[in-house]
Design a protein around this ligand. Structure first.
Ligand code: SF4
Ligand code: SF4
Length: 228
């Protein structure tokens, strides 16, 4: 088997496995394009595990439709269940890769390491970008061309040689659907002007006032519905 065929076989294995788990969105990325630190982890993992697999599950439209003026306990439950499922998919995908003789590192779908700066070990958003899954929208979230921001993501890094997808050449264009919906006024015309502190303050308000115990919102996620 030539090198190209071996790579295609590996990609085929990952694709078929993720489809078998009902994963809605996925892509593969080259970690040399990931210009961020692996917070709290050995940075050499980026060289030792040079391929990223980005995968996501689409949020229930029925649940999102119930978000009117902010998050509630049913949305929190849905959010946590998707995270749990994404963690399990990451674990079992990694095990499948290891059984083929390669290394794999599964991450957590939602686990903040640095609370002050709201950062995790890895940025699923930026892994999604290098894996051709979407772009950073005005709402500071990853925007998929079909599902908008209605997706939650996780990541597995591996040394299984893969053909990496190309980053998408997309952006929000003329859409401003999320700007007026944000109760904090945090979303601006330019994604670079997103008001992180204003958003975080609003999430803290929801957390404390709605008995959630988690920094969640859902309003601009609902607004960014892509082609759904
Ligand atoms: S998560 Fe909520 S507060 Fe933050 S930008 Fe979106 S709508 Fe605004
Ligand atoms: S709702 Fe529109 S402007 Fe806002 S992030 Fe999504 S695509 Fe971009």
């Amino acid at each position: 088997m030539n090198k190209r065929s071996a790579l295609e076989n590996n990609n085929h294995f990952i694709t078929e496995w993720l489809i078998s788990q009902d994963v809605d969105v996925f892509g593969t990325g080259d970690m040399s394009g990931y210009n961020r630190e692996l917070l709290g982890l050995d940075e050499s993992a980026k060289e030792r595990l040079p391929f990223a697999i980005s995968f996501g599950l689409v949020l229930s439209k029925g649940i999102l439709d119930t978000i009117i003026d902010g998050p509630h306990l049913l949305y929190l439950h849905h959010y946590r269940q998707l995270n749990y499922r994404l963690d399990m998919i990451g674990y079992f995908l990694s095990r499948g890769i290891e059984k083929k003789g390669y290394k794999a590192l599964p991450f957590a779908a939602s686990q903040i390491i640095d609370w002050q700066n709201q950062k995790a070990h890895i940025s699923h958003k930026h892994i999604g970008i290098i894996s051709g899954v979407g772009w950073i929208g005005r709402n500071n979230l990853l925007v998929h061309p079909v599902f908008g921001s209605h997706v939650r993501y996780n990541t597995v890094l591996t040394d299984m040689p893969l053909i990496a997808d190309r980053a998408l050449d997309g952006d929000c264009g003329e859409c401003t659907a999320c700007i007026d919906t944000c109760p904090a006024g945090a979303i601006k015309d330019a994604p670079s002007e997103f008001d992180h502190q204003g958003c975080y303050n609003m999430l803290t308000h929801f957390k404390n006032k709605r008995n959630l115990g988690h920094h969640i919102c859902g309003i601009c996620i609902k607004a960014c519905k892509g082609k759904r």
